[in-house]
Design a protein around this ligand. Structure first.
Ligand code: ZN
Length: 238
């Protein structure tokens, strides 16, 4: 059986340290997975990968905006997988995101494997944020402290993303990292909280982590990271 491989390009730590320049094309990223998350060049919004297509949720104007991303667009950070559901369950009654997360975790075999998550359903509330485009002289934690947030009611769409075990905090953020896109592609972003009314939840186990580095990016290669600060910033923003 083929291993379920989580492909991660670059690390959140590099983003925290201000390396926002994209160095992998979306076209190449999509060769490694059909579901996932990330951000775009100059941290211009949230990347959502669903059914092999890439979308960008921008919050730079008053209205949230979602557009499909062309294959030549560059990303500084992303994580994707060819999602394979190991557990599928129907959520038939209303739950808050905390309640649904507990239910999802009740299906995990232990807590030491990454999971891929896909939830298609109807949400009575969906609250998201989008990281606004920025230059590298502004620290991620600083940019993140005033991100646009949007909340809508009664929306049908899909949540995609990953759950990271506590022992791998640093490689990624421990716990859930989820992005949302509505079925009509008019609303999306990084999920903060939600209330699901009904839906289908898919949980996939990850067998293997393929961690790629931007090996041709001089900025990354010679960056002096302040590891303590990076860790503190990750706690703050995710
Ligand atoms: Zn995110």
């Amino acid at each position: 059986m083929e291993a379920n491989k989580l492909f991660q390009y670059n690390t959140l730590g590099a983003l925290m340290a201000g390396l926002y320049g994209g160095s992998l094309t979306v076209g190449e990223l999509l060769q490694h997975g059909d579901l996932g998350i990330g951000t775009l060049d100059s941290i211009d919004g949230e990347l959502i990968v669903l059914d092999g297509k890439a979308y960008q949720a921008k919050g730079s104007s008053q209205q949230p905006e979602v557009i499909e991303v062309e294959p030549d667009v560059m990303v500084p950070y992303a994580a994707v997988i060819f999602h394979q559901a190991e557990v599928i369950f129907k959520q038939r009654f209303e739950m808050t995101h905390e309640e649904l997360q507990k239910r999802i975790e009740s299906y995990y075999d232990g807590e030491n494997l990454f999971r891929s998550i896909k939830i298609h359903g109807h949400f009575s509330k969906m609250h998201v944020r989008m990281i606004p485009k920025s230059t590298s002289d502004k620290k991620f934690a600083e940019v993140a402290s005033h991100q646009p947030e949007f909340s809508i009611e009664d929306v049908t769409g899909t949540i995609v993303g990953f759950w990271t075990p506590e022992i791998f905090h640093g490689v990624s953020v421990a716990g859930y990292h989820l992005h949302f896109i509505s079925d009509d592609h008019s609303f999306g972003g990084h999920v903060l909280d939600y209330v699901i009314t009904q839906g289908v939840v898919e949980v996939g186990a990850v067998d293997q982590l393929d961690q790629r580095f931007p090996v041709q990016d001089r900025q990354y290669l010679f960056a002096k990271f302040n590891a303590k600060e990076v860790r503190e910033d990750m706690e703050k923003v995710e």
